[in-house]
Design a binder for this molecule. Structure first.
Ligand SMILES: [Fe+2]
Ligand SMILES: [Fe+2]
Length: 491
């Protein structure tokens, strides 16, 4: 090990440097040019946060965690912070000594510390697309503070929001440090696009959809942040080491976002089941009776799930994709848990089964594994999604109800890939346009469903209080008791 490597290694284990305006563990104070570029970008970021970040509450004290180290055993510190004073920093996971590229044509070669010229455009594109999703979700969620069901939930929303802001910083650091002038231009563009804007929308579909209520927020953090997890995992395998290290640390934070989604939906399901039981309702599909109790009926929860799962599947792109094959061959984007897979990591001769539309039927067809990488990542995603459903269904069955939440078929409600031009039921039965138009409100949230959920969204801001449509969490954040004041709202 050279002295340089060991020094850098030690630096990364150490606490983050908070003496500079931009906290970091990448030695920014000795990287004047990049520091200057980031400081130049900072005011635009603050303008964006003020315009497009959470509406209201900017002067409230929020009990937030801030990363102060990248040591997985204790990397975060909790304290009251006003959101605009949050220390958004640049944190990379420690450099692994002698790391090699774990897949593709450069398999086994030393990982790159600089961008290889031939892959520059491809890498920049991947960093920009990932970067674009981070501020997008903050924009989508900016109205939710006004209707939070508790201070606990309000705090979780803001935690997710500030961390998505930090993830934007993470991608902007890579752009500024490694991609020169184009990188700086892309960094500015990331602050210019807006979720749902007609003229300059965010880059991916699901990030231009509305997040109108808290059930949508929980579905989004469960299903859409989980797409983010899968993308980050495959970029964490990258032969471009700074990208790999950035994504590895982002995954640490991302876990909380999905926790918010999973437990949020659990708590909604829990409350609905309790209310039905207390009222002696035997049939969970008796929507009118359940809604009269002021809780969200299970069939409507299923519809929201159908919507968010199908929108998130689209984020994986076409099942068969030469771009995905090229990124893998190049050593830029690997598979989920690449290093734990036992094969040649080159995939030149292997195949992977892909669901395709063949003569009007959904069939499994073997495709070259290289071009089927999006399908493979999507399958890994679906398996990961299924775990939450097991937990939610357990709550329902423990309450004595015969009702199961399910993931809809991958052909259902798709805009991208094999099934974009057909209609299918959640069970995967192909149907014609007329049937779809007549029946889709049975499977996707209708305007009425949205109105009903909206009618429940009255804010609860008293300490320890919870809206009647959701159960309190089992444990508090940072082990705080149930009556902890997670947000001190300014008056
Ligand atoms: Fe993120
Ligand atoms: Fe996230």
């Amino acid at each position: 090990m050279t002295e340089n490597v060991s020094k850098e290694h030690a630096m990364n284990i150490m606490n983050v440097d908070y003496s500079t305006k931009i906290p970091n563990n990448v030695n920014l104070s000795e990287d004047r040019q990049v520091l200057k570029a980031l400081e130049g970008w900072h005011p635009g970021y603050m303008n964006w946060w003020n315009d497009m970040g959470p509406e209201g509450f900017q002067q409230s004290l929020v009990y937030l965690r801030t990363a102060y180290s990248v040591d997985p055993r204790g990397w975060a510190k909790f304290d009251y912070v006003k959101m605009p004073d949050y220390r958004w920093g640049i944190l990379l996971a420690p450099q692994e000594d002698n790391r090699v590229i774990p897949f593709g044509e450069h398999y086994g070669e030393p990982a790159w510390q600089e961008v290889p010229g031939e892959y520059r455009a491809m890498l920049r594109r991947l960093v920009v697309v990932q970067g674009d999703t981070e501020p997008a979700s903050v924009e989508q969620q900016r109205h939710l503070g006004k209707t939070a069901p508790s201070l606990y939930d309000l705090r979780n929303l803001f935690q997710v929001n500030v961390e998505e802001g930090r993830h934007l910083w993470a991608m902007v650091y890579l752009l500024q440090k490694y991609f020169g002038r184009d990188g700086r231009e892309e960094a500015d563009e990331l602050l210019r696009r807006r979720s749902g804007d007609a003229d300059s929308p965010r880059m991916l579909g699901a990030f231009n959809e509305a997040t109108p209520d808290w059930l949508s927020f929980f579905m989004f953090t469960y299903f859409t942040d989980r797409d983010g997890k899968m993308q980050l995992h495959s970029l964490a395998q990258s032969g471009f080491d700074p990208l790999s290290r950035t994504c590895r640390f982002m995954l640490t934070e991302e876990a909380h976002h999905m926790f918010v989604g999973e437990t949020g939906i659990s708590r909604v399901v829990q409350r609905t089941c309790e209310a039905m039981k207390a009222a002696g309702i035997g049939d969970p599909s008796d929507i009118a009776k359940v809604r009269a109790l002021g809780v969200i009926d299970l069939p409507t929860i299923q519809k929201k799930l159908n919507l968010h799962y199908s929108l998130s599947l689209d984020l994986f792109g076409s099942e068969v994709s030469t771009n995905a094959a090229n990124a893998f061959n190049a050593g830029i984007k690997g598979r989920y848990r690449e290093t734990q897979i036992e094969d040649d990591h080159r995939l030149q001769n292997s195949t992977y089964p892909v669901l395709k539309l063949v003569n009007g039927e959904i069939r499994r067809v073997d495709e070259p594994a290289l071009t089927a990488l999006n399908m493979r990542l999507r399958d890994d995603y679906t398996q990961d999604c299924a775990k939450g459903l097991l937990r939610w269904n357990k709550i329902i069955s423990l309450a004595g109800y015969d009702f199961k939440l399910t993931l809809p078929n991958v052909a259902f409600h798709r805009e991208i890939g094999e099934f974009r031009d057909v209609h299918a039921t959640p069970d995967g039965v192909l149907i014609d346009d007329a049937t779809w138009n007549k029946r889709n409100s049975e499977w996707l949230p209708s305007a009425d469903d949205g109105d009903f959920i909206a009618s429940l969204m009255t804010p609860v801001t008293e300490v320890g209080g919870f809206a009647p449509w959701i159960s309190p969490p089992k444990v508090g954040i940072d082990n705080k008791p149930g009556d902890f004041e997670y947000v001190k709202i300014e008056t």
